[in-house]
Every structure is written in structure tokens, then in C-alpha cells.
Design a protein. Structure first.
Length: 87
């Protein structure tokens, strides 16, 4: 099963439409979480994501990709998303 990641287009946008449709609450930080204001983007927890893809169509800036289909210029965001939850 592939998980999804959030790439560069999210930086500075942080539209939370994806959060609202996620059935497993794996996209963070949400607007009601303390780290939301300090974060430059949203992240998908690879340990919680079930690979449903509901978030992809909801993203207004097209920043969400299946881990296997991330554009090469944003491939480093796979690690950025994973590292965010490793802390």
C-alpha cells in the first residue's frame, strides 16, 4: 500500500480542505493544534495514512501525491514528511 505525501505547493498555503476529508486524521498540523502557526506546511503521517487518496482531489494547490508518483523535483518531500513524524 502506498501512502501520500505533501510537497512544496503547500508551503505557505496550508489549506486544510484535505484534513476535513481524511478518514484517519493523518494530516497535521490541524488549525486547532499548537504547531499550526509555526509550521510552513501540512504533513501526512506515513504510519497512519491508509492510502485512500481522498485528500488529493481536495487540495486546491495540487500538493498531495502518492509516494510512488511524487514529481522528481519534490522527491525530497517524502523524507520531509516522514521526518516530521519521527520527532
Amino acid at each position: 500500500m502506498s501512502v501520500y505525501i505533501i510537497a512544496e505547493p503547500c508551503i505557505g498555503t496550508k489549506d486544510t480542505a484535505c484534513v476535513a476529508v481524511c478518514p484517519v486524521d493523518c494530516i497535521h498540523p490541524r488549525k486547532d493544534e499548537d504547531e499550526y502557526d509555526a509550521s510552513s506546511q501540512l504533513y501526512i503521517d506515513p504510519n497512519t495514512c491508509i492510502g485512500c487518496g481522498l485528500c488529493v482531489d481536495e487540495c486546491p494547490v495540487k500538493a498531495i501525491f502518492c509516494e510512488d508518483n511524487v514529481p522528481p523535483e519534490w522527491a525530497h518531500y517524502v523524507k520531509i514528511n516522514s521526518d516530521h513524524f519521527a520527532q
